[in-house]
Design a protein around this ligand. Structure first.
Ligand SMILES: [Zn+2]
Length: 170
């Protein structure tokens, strides 16, 4: 049997989702263990991105794989956007908002600098889904969730829908 993740994804309105995460300063085996747990959980729940904030860890880490065959995995630690351009509307879901999809305006192309799980610095320039995903996950690290982009009225409507989905899921 495959290894199961020990992590649990927090569902909105869990308050921990609104808390900005702290920078990672120690790149040790325990950090790398956390990173592999994040990858495992993301795959289990069939997400394209997962931030440490979403599993209750206050660390500036997210994992992402926007491919269809798990062939483009990225782990970004202490990420920073160096440049962003071409705003577009993207339709997004979020593992912390099961069943909810909303349209968000994002830069369609970004260059991001980050550290990997060994503390090495890298940059990535990417566009479309990957670029949107990076921005979505980086917002999680600042305690921002995607419904924060909505007008108050649309947000209220979305939260009602989320509550209904949660009741149906038991
Ligand atoms: Zn999310």
């Amino acid at each position: 049997m495959a290894q199961m993740s020990t992590l649990t994804i927090l569902v909105y309105p869990d308050k921990r989702l609104k808390k900005p995460a702290l920078p990672v300063t120690t790149f040790d085996d325990s950090l790398r263990q956390t990173v592999s747990q994040l990858f495992l959980k993301m795959a289990e729940d069939q997400g394209v991105g997962l931030a440490a904030t979403q599993v209750g860890l206050s660390l500036r880490i997210f994992v992402m794989d926007c491919s269809h065959d798990q062939s483009r995995p990225f782990c970004m630690i202490n990420p920073q956007i160096l440049s962003a351009s071409d705003e577009q509307i993207s339709e997004e879901g979020c593992l912390s908002f099961p069943g909810i999809y909303i349209k968000v305006k994002r830069a369609n192309k970004v260059t991001v600098q980050y550290q990997n799980e060994w503390g090495e610095t890298h940059t990535l320039t990417t566009e479309n889904l990957e670029a949107h995903c990076i921005q979505h996950e980086m917002e999680h690290l600042d305690g921002i969730v995607f419904i924060d982009h909505l007008s108050p009225l649309k947000r209220q409507w979305t939260l009602k829908k989320l509550a209904k989905t949660q009741r149906l899921a038991g």
